[in-house]
Design a protein around this ligand. Sequence first.
Ligand SMILES: O=P(O)(O)OC[C@H]1O[C@H](OP(=O)(O)OP(=O)(O)O)[C@H](O)[C@@H]1O
Length: 205
Amino acid sequence: MVSQFLFDLCPGNSDRRSLLLAQLSQVAYRYGQFTLSSGRVSHHYVNCKPVSLSSNGLVLISNLMLEEVENEAAAVAGLTLGADPLVSGVAQAAFLRGRRLDALIVRKSPKGHGSCSSLEGPLPRLGSRVTLLEDVVTTGTSSLKATRELRNAGYIVERIITIVDREEGGKANIEEQGLELVSLFSLSEIITEAQNPRSSLKVTW
Ligand SMILES: O=P(O)(O)OC[C@H]1O[C@H](OP(=O)(O)OP(=O)(O)O)[C@H](O)[C@@H]1O
């Protein structure tokens, strides 16, 4: 079967994790002086988009995230624009494994004309479970905003999956609202990998 053939081309989970950690530390991470979305200044910056929008990076992220999506979820959703490739990639990875899981994009503000909606995508039945995806969690504000939009639209949201937890209070803020945060990596892991002179994995394709 074609879908099984494509799936077999992908490495196992521990290999995927090492490959993605190498890619994030080499391509997404920067040391310097940066202003974060919260306004806070930090020496450590992680921009996941060059990884999540690369063909090999998106395959790694999508398959690792899919492992964490709740079994009962009808869709994955995320706040534009960091989550746009993530929800699309996870929906496609799910299809290739024979699972129906659609993608929803949450707008930062409702569309000003036409549908006037905050949500884009094939809307699941009201009351369906939706797993939220994020690229980076810092304060958790963006994840909580997207969660509110989805809950107001009639969906159950209890789990958020992020590529990187910056370990700056976001997890606590999210858990305070009764949600679970699953992170593929912490910022400290990425910094350690970026500073590891023995790190031998080179990002190639
Ligand atoms: O946990 P928080 O403090 O909310 O920070 C994390 C958010 O910040 C980044 O988005 P950004 O605001 O840079 O917008 P963009 O994805 O549209 O570039 C990132 O993609 C998260 O959505």
